[in-house]
Design a protein around this ligand. Sequence first.
Ligand code: DHB
Ligand code: MG
Length: 222
Amino acid sequence: MDIQDRWEKVDQYISEKILKDPEYMDRSRQRSLEAGIPQINVSSAEGKLIHIMAGMTGAKKALEIGVLWGCGSMYIASALKEGGQLIGLERDRKNAAIALKNLQDAGLDSLVEIRIGDARDSLKKIRENGEGPFDLIFIDADKKPYAEYFSICMEISHPGTIIIVDNMVWNGKIVEKGAEDEDTNGIRSLYDHISERQDIEATVIQTVGSKGYDGFAVIRVK
Ligand code: DHB
Ligand code: MG
């Protein structure tokens, strides 16, 4: 068994034994496959962790950057406190339409508002309209503007806000000399930005599994 094979089997084992995704998750994944959406959503294990973190922190107002087919949105929305709301930002209109269908199927659509467009514009509008602060933010969008996204997120946060950022290891490319593509450099820019801030505490956890070798950051606003 090669190593990726082993990671996948273990992910599947964990998933079947203890994650127990709701049935709407499988239907939603299927819908996204049929629509030709790339399967670059969070793993069930990571999604469940974000769900647990939303519950732990008693999050009521949440923000997701990069909705894709709504996988992360469903893990977050289903954990929000009574009266909670998730704003999801998605650039691609087709993805947003499938995500909305999926959220309807899950009975979560009343908790989620998907805004279509460039996340930088949407974030600035959220800031200008005073729609924050958010209790929990999940960043899982295009990598080049990661630091920019994060920096605006800090302006719509409060002490105690939890910010989770996906793809912070990127198959180890962050430490690979010669890996100078814009995604990898975008992720590195966020490391630089985080390292310079005094108002947060941060960690990155490396992961393996069905999504290969990657990792995510967990950041808490001081
Ligand atoms: C990929 C994975 C991700 O989690 C993501 O947010 C974007 C791209 C990928 O494997 O290409
Ligand atoms: Mg991701």
